[in-house]
Design a protein around this ligand. Structure first.
Ligand SMILES: [Fe+2]
Length: 219
């Protein structure tokens, strides 16, 4: 399958008013063609790692030097990073961090009493390839309480950097999560933005569910 075809059609917008506005800031010679909606930004949140760690590779289910395996459902996240025309962004760096299966971050100020998991890496810094494609293996994060009245749905934080593009900080969500509908952050986005922020389950890699999450950067 070509990289272009892998870009979710849900992310494609025709040149409506939003496209016209975007087109005015982009390449006007491309009037009439399809654009990809830039991936919406989201707050970084309070749990970006504060202490460096040696193991930040693309398999978050194991920690170098330990024999155990992270608790929870192992999954694969993959996608392609492009510009709004669908052209791959090469040599992109993806900095991803998330809670463990119990909803606990490996962060000293996470107030959640849920257990830490020493076999879960929790943080990865990976590169996309020459076609903008990236993938990593992790565990599905648990929901966690942001406040007494607000449970965050499972999500993964991303910081994506590509040369010549604005660094994008956002959060990726999982499909069919009841908490998605009541999340104070996600529900503040438009339906189209929410669609772009929710990965889609697409097949298996071995016995691991693959979630596809394509990312569109702006210059
Ligand atoms: Fe979070």
């Amino acid at each position: 399958m070509s990289e272009m075809k892998k870009v979710s059609r849900r992310h494609v917008i025709r040149l409506g008013w939003a496209g016209v506005v975007f087109g005015m800031t982009g390449a006007t010679k491309s009037w009439g063609r399809s654009w990809l909606m830039p991936t919406p930004a989201e707050v970084e949140g309070p749990f970006y790692p504060v202490a460096d760690q040696l193991d930040k590779d693309a398999d978050m289910t194991r920690v170098a030097g330990r024999s155990g395996v992270a608790k929870g459902e192992a999954i694969v996240i993959e996608g392609v990073v492009t510009d709004v025309s669908g052209k791959p962004v090469t040599d992109v760096v993806l900095d991803v961090w998330q809670a463990n299966a119990a909803g606990r971050y490996n962060h000293p100020r996470d107030p959640n009493p849920a257990l830490r998991d020493p076999d879960f890496q929790g943080w990865a810094v990976i590169r996309g390839d020459a076609k903008g494609h990236y993938h990593f293996t992790t565990i599905k994060p648990g929901a966690y309480p942001a406040t007494k009245a607000w449970m965050r749905p499972p999500h993964i934080h991303f910081k994506i950097s590509g040369r010549g593009f604005q660094t994008l900080i956002t959060q990726m969500y999982f499909p069919h999560e009841p908490l998605n509908k009541v999340d104070l952050l996600l529900r503040s986005k438009s339906a189209q933005q929410q669609s772009a922020m929710i990965a889609r389950a697409e097949g298996k890699h071995g016995n691991l569910t693959v979630y596809v999450y394509n990312i569109v950067l702006t210059p």
